[in-house]
Design a protein around this ligand. Structure first.
Ligand code: IPM
Ligand code: MG
Length: 367
């Protein structure tokens, strides 16, 4: 199992270390792991002058899967967006054609009170936000800041989607819905934007191949409201790059904290990029207080989607559930009566729970 490990910036380093620990513990010596580390983001800029160094891209290309922490540094504020640390990650997703970004939003029952939303609203939330990752405003040309004839500056970005791009994310959405409760909600802004009118048209065309999936449509503004008012009605949401970026951060609060949300970015084969939805949180970096569970759960998604190791993925997920049940909490999900732990301690607890469970399984099979 060839895995590229790209910890990136800020808390990315800390949480990725814990994810690697969990993956190692879960796989045990059933398979051999070959880990290759690379620099990306701010670290790439600082060390070799590039947010996505060619060597890192090469490591990622040669790997079966990529485990990433996060990219983004405070200095980005002084750089043009397309030269910032965060853009290194966008380039990596694009270069590897990882266009389907799955962001599952599931509330662990133990965290019912960790959300700022009422328990009766968030209890039982279980949805997937499928964000298109290779198109939209983030990549469309032209882009930039220019000057008009009077010397006044204007900024320009282009929302652009080809029908091919919409078709492939639509198929990914319908297929994901088929594996779940067979409901797909497409989120767009078809009432105002031509690109989004095309989005809706193509989604409807593709839906003809999936008569067993119930399709609905919402405008992004309404979807944002429904997400907070009645999130349980969603099964799979499919949306474009920008709307998916925003909706998934909002949806994180349904799961108690953005520190709980993993993600998988997939293309047409099994290769995938796995990363927590949260950013690099420079303000808490290096303090051993970040929540590593999103990164750890991303490790589970990697075992499931890139390596087909369902049992090993479940082991990690069950271990996370069990440490939460035991009362371990990082600061972001702290509740009265629970035990506050740091990043490493949380990772240790998960590792122990995985090892305990796999020992149990081995003894059961011997008996
Ligand atoms: C995310 C992040 C990234 C994005 C940033 C770091 C470039 O916000 O993965 O959601 O915009 O996609
Ligand atoms: Mg984001």
């Amino acid at each position: 199992m060839k895995i590229a490990v790209l910890p990136g910036d800020g808390i990315g380093k800390e949480v990725t270390a814990e994810a690697v620990k969990a993956v190692r513990a879960s796989v045990g010596n059933e398979f051999s792991l070959e880990l290759q580390e690379g620099v990306i983001g701010g670290e790439g800029i600082d060390t070799v002058g590039d947010a996505l160094p060619p060597e890192t891209l090469e490591i990622a290309r040669n790997a079966d899967a990529i485990l990433l922490g996060g990219t983004g540094v405070p200095e980005d504020e002084k750089r043009p967006p397309s030269e910032g640390a965060g853009y290194g990650l966008l380039k990596l997703r694009k270069a590897l054609s990882l266009y389907a970004n799955f962001r599952p939003v599931k509330l662990f029952p133990e965290l019912l009170d960790a959300s700022t939303l009422k328990p009766e609203v968030v209890g039982g939330v279980d949805m997937v936000i499928l964000r298109e990752l290779n198109g939209d405003l983030y990549f469309g040309q032209p882009r930039g800041i220019e000057k008009d004839a009077d010397g006044k500056r204007f900024g320009i970005n282009t929302m652009r989607y080809t029908e091919g791009e919409i078709e492939r994310i639509a198929h990914a959405g319908f297929q994901a819905a088929r594996r779940r409760r067979r409901k797909l909600c497409s989120v767009d802004k078809a009432n105002v934007l031509e690109t989004m009118a095309l989005w809706r048209e193509v989604i409807i065309e593709v839906s003809k191949h999936y008569p067993d999936v119930e399709l609905s449509h919402l405008y992004i503004d309404a979807a944002s409201m429904v997400l907070i008012r009645n999130p349980k009605q969603f099964d799979v949401i499919v949306t474009g790059n920008v709307f998916g970026d925003i909706l998934s951060d909002a949806a994180a609060m349904l799961a108690g904290s953005i520190g709980m949300l993993p993600s998988a970015s997939l293309g047409d084969n099994n290769k995938g990029l796995y990363e927590p939805v949260h950013g690099t949180a420079p303000d808490i970096a290096g303090k051993n207080i970040a929540n590593p569970l999103a990164a750890i759960l991303s490790g589970a998604m990697m075992l499931r989607y890139s390596f087909g190791l369902e049992e090993q993925a479940l082991r990690i997920e069950a271990a996370v559930a069990s440490v939460l049940a035991e009362g371990y909490r990082t600061a972001d999900i702290r509740q009265p009566g629970t035990q506050l732990v740091g990043t490493r301690e949380m990772g240790d607890a998960v590792e122990e729970a995985i090892l305990r469970a796999s020992d149990g399984a081995r003894q059961a099979s011997v008996a």
